[in-house]
Design a protein around this ligand. Structure first.
Ligand code: ACO
Length: 320
């Protein structure tokens, strides 16, 4: 038996902010952003929250799969921008869906959150513990940005993507996951610091900070290596893969990965032009775009891959 994706859904906030819109509020240009990243627009939450977007994406994924909420045994949400410390986003999604039979918890693995969720579902299904699961990647990254730091705030967007997974004959063939906490300082966002009456000089809130060049080097080395390893484990050649659905951080990273894997760029769909980087949301939102464009047929082999803060990375080879 295998863990197979049987439905997808996604939600993007209604406000679209173009590079030209950003030019009006900070010292940046469309040309700088587009030439370095490929990003043209992003969706920014105004009324939406991480939970509300996760719920919308989940409803669409359940509808696409033809599965009712009560059939769900497990709900996982990959997020680094939850609405609350607790309860978890996953428990709030469970409540909104009335998925009373599910166990629900969050995963903190930044842009690899969806891939790590898929790994947990794969293991639970292999162990015979569950039959049907919902994995969501949902982020409101705009609230973690310093909007005076043009080097980071232009890169990210908000949104959510979801997939319904069922224990069936075909699905995930192999998974690779990894972490390197030793290099975590290249991409960080501090939470509340110790701030009680006994602490002298309590600190201010801080925001996302990134060493972009180090993240770039990490991505272009780690993503091809993890995809190669997942392909080897699955016994599948790269040329048998229809689509490589990668985390949408930067078009130059995607082009470099395609080159290193020796695969044509047409096999690497993108939506970062429209969405920016949505961390854990990126992979499931792009998967949903590709699925709803009718580009996936039963039996197609695809690769999903993510990388991000932690540092973390994950890749999966699966049959659609
Ligand atoms: N508009 C205009 N100028 C800018 C902007 C901006 N938005 N941001 C930075 N600059 C300026 C800087 O101030 C600097 O100016 P200076 O030379 O006068 O000091 C100049 O542009 C170059 O800045 P760098 O930070 O060195 O820019 P770089 O060429 O490295 O590009 C980028 C930055 C796009 C982030 C690049 O490092 C990159 O692609 N990194 C990969 C990491 C990535 O994509 N991260 C996204 C999220 S991480 C994840 O998802 C895991």
């Amino acid at each position: 038996m295998a863990a197979g994706i049987i439905g997808t859904g996604s939600y993007l906030p209604s406000l679209t902010v173009s590079n030209q819109d950003l030019e009006k509020i900070m010292d940046t240009t469309d040309e700088w952003i587009k030439s370095r990243t490929g990003i043209e627009r992003r969706h920014i939450a105004v009324e939406e929250t991480t939970v509300s977007m996760a719920v919308e994406a989940a409803r669409l994924a359940l509808e696409n799969a033809g599965v009712s909420p009560s059939e769900l045994d497990l709900i996982l949400v990959g997020t680094i921008s939850p609405d609350h410390f607790f309860p978890s986003t996953a428990c709030e999604v469970q409540k909104a869906l009335a998925a009373e039979n599910a166990t629900a918890f969050d995963i903190s693995a930044a842009c690899s959150g969806f891939l790590f969720g898929l790994g947990i579902v794969n293991a639970y299904m292999a162990a015979g513990m569950i039959k049907t699961a919902l994995v969501i990647g949902a982020e409101t990254l705009s609230k973690l940005m310093d909007w005076n730091d043009r080097g980071t705030c232009v890169l990210f967007g908000d949104g959510a993507g979801a997939a319904v997974i069922r224990r069936q004959d075909e699905g995930i063939l192999s998974m690779v996951q990894g972490s390197d906490g030793g290099r975590g300082e290249v991409l960080t966002c501090e939470n509340r610091k110790v701030n009680n009456p006994y602490r002298k000089n309590p600190s201010d809130l801080s925001f996302t900070a990134m060493n972009g060049q180090e993240v770039y080097k990490f991505a272009v080395r780690t993503v091809p290596a993890s995809v190669d390893e997942a392909l080897m484990k699955a016994g599948v050649r790269a040329d048998e893969i229809k689509y490589f659905i990668l985390h949408q951080a930067n078009i130059r990273i995607i082009e470099a990965v395609a080159k290193r894997l020796g695969q044509p760029i047409e096999k690497f769909p993108t939506n970062l032009q429209e969405c920016g980087n949505i961390s854990a949301g990126s992979v499931p939102i792009l998967l949903d775009f590709v699925n709803r464009q009718g580009k996936l047929q039963k039996g197609d082999k695809i690769v999903l891959a993510g990388f991000g803060a932690g540092l973390t990375w994950g890749a999966a080879v699966l049959i659609w």
